[in-house]
Design a protein around this ligand. Structure first.
Ligand code: PLP
Length: 434
């Protein structure tokens, strides 16, 4: 890799993004990464509190994943088992299902979170012979068209409106709205798609009452309950899957991001016993939902190593304990800040929600970026301040007033202390300009 390759990204891959990054002083050129740290070409160290939007549960380049990849490559076995029995996929599927407590279930492999969500939606439609998908407002499920149809309204989906007629949105957390959707489409609902912990709308968790209602309505009407665990799964909330904390099980759920440990692209739909068979268990359907690279040996080897580590009860306990210490320290440090509305966190997934300033200059128009007119600025300003303290972070995708808190699950106490100090300085700055 040469220095020119960074410029090539701006020229050939995403000019508007590269220009924006340069304009806001975030055009960093990271040349090395290890654990929870990124290093620029000049050797400056940044703490990574974004962790690949949750795709780095074990941090950058963990030795266990390097070993798993080396072994997979050295084995001489095929990486792709096209039109043949695939032992790598079989082994990872068995591991995922045993860890979930669904030993008779099935797993479909693909390459991303959006594809895993598409698998849930298509499975529900094929299994039930129905076509209505009910989804929860404020979600983020990916950027393919079907997944996008379940996305919160706004920036990500507005150019594609119109193609989404059979997708019915219900207000987040509203049991009556869910009941009304089932009443209006009785016998037509194929599935209900939800994130137990919805990250991009400020990291909020659905109540047990809502989850129970969803489970009962699906049972009664013959629809499938589908959870998106792409960002909240694999130990992120201190449980292997976020739904475990509430004790409500779906019929199928989507996994991706962390399953590839930041090294490989892999997604999976994990399905309860009988669901896959109902949808695709006929000879003429056995290969109609497929992915060329899905289930390749290298990706599955990484997936197995990740699942072994993050499903260990000691690892999960450590995530919960580290998270508890972090949220307590943040709450204490930020308690006197006027600009802080609240701090929420589950395991090592959380957010600091900020109040917007009334100051006329602190608008996107005031800062010379009218493309974002009307969007909150408090979160992006906090992100800028964190960056100056060499902490890489980001706001939530649909809620720019919330600074997401999502480090690698292996983050240590010293990095947590640095984050609390940097957030303290960022919010002190925001209080000063209110
Ligand atoms: C909850 C959730 N679902 C699905 C996706 C889509 O995953 P991918 O970007 O791998 O397609 C994301 C990505 O951020 C996500 O957060």
């Amino acid at each position: 890799m040469t220095a020119g390759d960074f410029d090539a990204y701006g020229r050939y891959v995403n000019p508007a993004q590269a220009c924006f990054l340069a304009m806001v002083g975030r055009g960093w050129r990271f040349a090395r990464a290890e654990g929870c740290a990124l290093f620029t070409e000049d050797g400056e160290r940044y703490d990574d509190w974004l962790a690949g939007f949750g795709a780095l549960p074990l941090g950058h380049d963990p030795p266990a994943l390097r070993a798993a990849m080396s072994e997979a490559i050295a084995s001489g076995a095929p990486n792709l088992y096209s039109e043949a029995l695939n032992p790598a996929a079989g082994s990872l599927a068995e591991k995922l299902l045993r860890a979930t407590g669904w030993p008779q279930g099935n797993v479909h492999f693909c390459n991303s979170g959006a594809e895993a969500v598409e698998t849930l939606l298509k499975t529900a439609i094929a299994a039930t012979g129905r076509s209505v998908i009910v989804y929860v407002s404020g979600g983020y499920h990916g950027c393919t068209l079907g997944a996008l149809a379940c996305m919160a309204e706004g920036l990500y989906r507005s150019p594609f409106e119109g193609a989404m007629a059979r997708f019915i949105e219900v207000a987040w957390g509203d049991v009556a709205a869910l009941e009304a959707a089932f009443a209006a489409h009785a016998g037509q609902v194929a599935g209900v798609l939800a994130e137990v912990v919805q990250v991009e709308s400020g990291v909020r968790r659905l109540s047990r009452a809502w989850l129970e209602a969803a489970r009962q309505l699906c049972n009664r009407d013959g629809a499938l309950l589908l959870f998106d665990e792409v960002q909240s799964g694999l130990g992120r909330t201190g449980f292997l899957w976020s739904f475990e904390a509430e004790g409500i099980e779906p019929d199928a759920f989507a996994v991706a991001k962390g399953l590839g440990g930041g090294w490989v692209a892999i997604g999976a739909a994990v399905l309860r016993e009988g669901v896959w068979t109902r949808a695709f268990g006929r000879y003429d359907r056995a290969e109609i939902h497929a992915s060329t690279m899905g289930g390749n040996r290298l990706a599955c080897a990484v997936g197995e190593a990740v699942v072994s580590i993050v499903s260990d009860e000691g690892f999960l306990r450590a995530v919960r304990e580290r998270g508890d210490r972090l949220w307590a320290a943040l709450r204490e440090e930020l308690s006197s800040r006027e600009c802080v509305e609240n701090v929420c966190g589950y395991g090592l997934l959380g957010a600091v929600r900020l109040r917007e300033s009334e100051h006329p200059w602190l608008t996107w128009e005031g800062m010379g970026m009218p493309d974002f007119a009307g969007k909150p600025t408090a979160g992006p300003i906090a992100i800028d301040r964190l960056g100056r303290k060499r902490v890489l972070a980001q706001v939530c995708g649909h809620d720019w007033s919330s600074v997401r808190v999502e480090p690698p699950l292996t983050v240590d106490d010293a990095a947590c202390e640095r984050f609390v100090t940097a957030m303290s300085a960022a919010t002190s700055f925001l209080d000063g300009v209110r």
